[in-house]
Design a protein around this ligand. Sequence first.
Ligand code: AMP
Ligand code: GLY
Length: 431
Amino acid sequence: MRLLVVGGGGREHAIIWKLAQNNRVSRIYCAPGNAGIGRQAECIKLKATDVDALGHFAESERIDLTIVGPEAALATGIVDRFEARGLPIFGPSTDPARLETSKIFAKEVMQRYNIPTADFWVFDKPNDAHQQIRRYYTKQTDAKQNLVVKADGIAAGKGVIVASNESEAHQAVDTIMVQRAFGGAGDRIVLEERLYGREVSIMAFTDGETVIPMPPSQDHKRAFDNDQGPNTGGMGAFAPVPCFSSELLNQALESVLKPAIFAIRDLGIPYKGVLYAGIILTSDGMKTLEFNCRFGDPETQAVLPLLETDLLEVMQAVVECSLDKVNVTWKAQSAVCVVAASQGYPGDPQTGCVIDGLDKAASLPDTIVFHAGTQLENGQFVTSGGRVLGVTGLGENIKLARERTYDAIEQIDFDGMIYRRDIAASAAVPV
Ligand code: AMP
Ligand code: GLY
């Protein structure tokens, strides 16, 4: 089997690391990949969104299966174009992917299929949104009652502004709709009620009919310890989430994931690939914050190491609509992934710093070092982005996995390296 993985971050490294364990796999290409991925796959200099060139590559290199990592590639229509050329590909086409690429579409699906979510309003004119904000805050009886302002389109994970008071909500509308901080992605917006509670990510494999959830995971979005500092792409993750019982997982499957996937089927196009639901456990029960149409990053670096079943078998079954024939099993272990980032992240990261200690960290037991932003210079690994590495440790429980991860990351060093010391800390106590 000859495989092509599209993307070049820690998520794609984790996918490749798992796929490479199948001995039917003779060759893995990655576009564009990174230096760490280059140890397991051949990196090709094509952007993840260069759909025509990727299609040409897949045809000429006789690729048996292409796997898409990032949402930008899905939004560009890579799956539709590959399928039209008869090229097997893992991921949803653009229509189903609207669950991620249009927040309004996602909210409307949730409303129509009774998927629990926050109350919301849709606007295409800033004045109407401002009026709704005034109306909402006039009725406010508790300072916790607030609004969240969301750009409809994809905005590199930055299109959601959670307000803490009326003036922040007005400001958010102006940022998105008047200053057009996210361009056309902000032509329309969703205003929705702010929810409070613990956030959990549930990813599932699906061929449009069968839906198989992965262990629940949780990421840490703020840059610094104790959830301080700016939002990032994710500074670490762990799985499973001890407080998220199998009953809750079943509830998420039945009341969130399956209805969303069947809603898409009702539109006439099967949802194939991974669906990711961002869930929040409120005092009023489970609610859905968002859908992503792909593996999460860094959640994947914690979840895939727990997968016992062969990943290629699962992915092929998704593409061939035979997922009901696969028995997907998970290790009875926990995994913790801590991201090592560059000084300045998530703003302007410092790059080009030599990374020491990679082999020493990777040689520790039950430890994997995934690369996100690295490149080779004169035979040495150097930093090339904000998120540089994702170090994952496995153990019998979160506490032991955490110890492995931190023992490993302490072996690694580069100029200006930052990482959070409290990833999974709140989950490391026995429940
Ligand atoms: P989204 O891209 O819609 O998931 O939003 C990104 C993040 O914004 C989520 O992971 C939450 O932390 C936060 N968020 C989104 N919607 C809400 C909401 N209704 N209440 C509170 N926080 C939210
Ligand atoms: N970690 C959140 C995401 O992948 O969107």
